[in-house]
Ligand binder design. Structure first.
Ligand code: C2E
Ligand code: MG
Ligand code: MG
Length: 497
């Protein structure tokens, strides 16, 4: 400022100043210099205007331009600019987002029969209910009339937008009570467009969602519809699957199969891994990969995991009591279960109930679990270790395979992922990786198991490299407990070699 006054003789602009009471305020300041005959500045004259009022109304105008006066929600203009940013972010981060276009069903009836004031009040109440349901990061807008839009960001799966749509529909089920005492029931139809999949153009995305909303209205009210037809189908299947997992749990449709863990020195069974199966009433056996991910998302993995632990421990106790020469019952823990605060207490309770000594139980955890917030993980791992159970890292090599955690965490065993085993002896790179992991395990004093052994050649290579244990179809597929008992009783090497 003084530089300019020095050069030009005057300056004007906005400055922040402080009042005597300490309050900061904006002022418009003009400074001119007064010079003597030699051109040296002798005085400065400053005049200022308090512009806090003007500033306030600027902010108000800005707010009015971007918000709906009735509900004070962001309007279409602000939505477009937020959506534009969201699309850019999604493209950069490789994530997805969605626009939900909501239109109230039969809102016109309310307006016509109870009057516009009642209609306005209803719109405000609807906005409040929606807001209460959404996350802070979601943007709810009033699009106009009885239309609202929601901008969702950071969706892991596009189908998650369906969960939000469903809950917004649910949110309107209870009646609204207007201030004049009228009870009003209202529903909503929702169209969903996913970006950047459906389009990367904000106007297009909104109009896609609008189109989908019309489809929803046509096929009945109080439902949602994706712009991409397949997604609606997928979302509905997810809901159906979730419900049938719940039913399946109640009706004991889940069973455990057991796959032998074989010692590489004498090719005898030293333990088993419990693998869950879903036995549908029609006899179909559903593999875990088709229901575990959804069970994790919906939290159903907690009762399911509890069932798995409980049955595996009880079965192991039975086998031990019958004199079976087994040392290990391996059970898979999902990341979601691992994050349960009371996991340790739950496992302790199951061990107590079943009477299984803890050192027989081996918990298999995937690498992704260990890569999360490491201090909590470390505490949880030690907590489990203090119970006396064993800890194994499953699918080793498919995650970050950090050497730091191998040293730091109380791990007993590595399980080399079957992806590295399947191409032995044709893929030299995989063979080198397997050899290196076996060597690493030896140096770190960890036991090492190779999964997915299907051929004699794979077995020969792994034995030659000094791998401790093996597991795979070559020895046995996962089988029901009765079949495993029979396999144990036949008392033979699981593979003639
Ligand atoms: P995992 O723990 O790595 O289990 C090994 C998987 O490899 C099993 O598949 C098993 O059937 C399969 N397998 C074993 N030997 C061979 C072989 O020689 N060749 C081939 N191609 N595959 C073989 P499954 O039973 O379908 O289980 C898949 C995954 O589901 C498991 O991988 C595990 O991550 C998860 N899972 C299974 N049961 C449970 C459970 O009770 N709880 C949790 N959280 N996850 C489970
Ligand atoms: Mg496993
Ligand atoms: Mg595995």
């Amino acid at each position: 400022m003084f530089e300019i006054v020095g050069a030009d003789g005057h300056w004007q602009g906005e400055v922040w100043n402080r009042r005597k009471n300490g309050e900061i305020y904006p002022e418009w300041l003009t400074i001119s210099s007064v010079r003597d005959g030699n051109g040296n500045a002798t005085h400065y004259i400053g005049t200022f205007t308090d512009i806090s009022r003007i500033k306030e109304s600027e902010i108000q105008l800005e707010h009015l331009a971007h918000h709906d006066p009735l509900t004070d929600l962001p309007n279409r203009l602000l939505l477009l600019s937020r959506l534009q940013h969201a699309i850019g972010r999604a493209r950069r981060d490789g994530t997805k987002g969605a626009i939900l276009f909501l239109d109230l069903d039969r809102f016109k009836n309310v307006n016509d029969s109870l009057g516009h004031l009642a209609g306005d009040e209803l719109l405000q109440l609807v906005a409040q209910r929606y807001l209460a349901r959404l996350r802070d990061t979601d943007t709810l807008c009033r699009h106009g009339g009885d239309e609202f839009t929601v901008l969702l960001e950071n969706l892991r799966e596009p189908e998650h937008a369906a969960d939000v749509a469903r809950s917004l529909i649910e949110e309107l089920r209870a009646p609204f009570v207007l201030s004049d005492g009228h009870e009003v029931y209202i529903g909503t139809s929702i169209g969903v467009s996913v970006f950047p999949d459906d389009s990367e153009n904000p106007v297009r995305i909104i109009s896609n969602a609008d189109t989908a909303m019309y489809q929803a209205k046509k096929s009945g009210r109080n439902i949602f519809q994706f712009y991409t037809a397949g997604l609606t189908e997928a979302a509905n299947q997810r809901v159906a699957l979730e419900a049938s997992i719940r039913h399946g749990l109640r009706r004991n449709e889940f069973v455990l199969h057991y796959q032998p863990l074989v010692s590489m020195t004498d090719l005898r069974m030293t333990g088993v891994e419990a693998l869950v199966r879903w036995q549908r009433p029609d006899g179909e056996i559903v593999p875990p990969m088709q229901f575990i991910p959804l069970a994790e998302e919906t939290g159903l993995i907690v009762p399911l995991g509890e069932f798995v632990l409980q049955s595996a421990c009880a079965q192991m106790k039975l086998w031990l009591d019958a004199g079976a020469p087994l040392g290990i019952m391996a059970v898979n823990l999902s990341a979601y279960q691992f994050r349960q605060a009371d996991l340790r207490q739950r496992i302790q309770a199951i061990l107590d109930e079943t009477g299984l000594p803890p050192h027989y139980l081996e918990l298999e955890i995937t690498e992704s679990v260990l890569m999360e917030c490491s201090e909590d993980v470390e505490r949880a791992l030690w907590g489990l270790k203090f119970l006396g159970v064993r800890l194994a890292i499953d699918d080793f090599g498919t995650g970050y395979s950090s050497l730091a955690y191998l040293k730091r965490f109380p791990i007993d065993k590595l399980k080399i992922d079957k992806g590295f085993v399947q191409d032995i002896p044709n893929d030299p790179a995989d063979m080198q990786i397997v050899a290196a992991v076996v060597g690493l395990s030896k140096n770190l004093n960890l036991e090492v198991v190779a999964e997915g052994i299907e051929t004699e050649a794979q077995l020969a290579f792994l034995r030659q490299e000094g791998c401790d244990y093996g597991q795979g179809y070559l020895f046995s597929r996962p089988v029901p407990s009765v079949d495993l008992t029979a396999l144990m009783n036949s008392d033979r090497h699981l593979c003639e070699f």
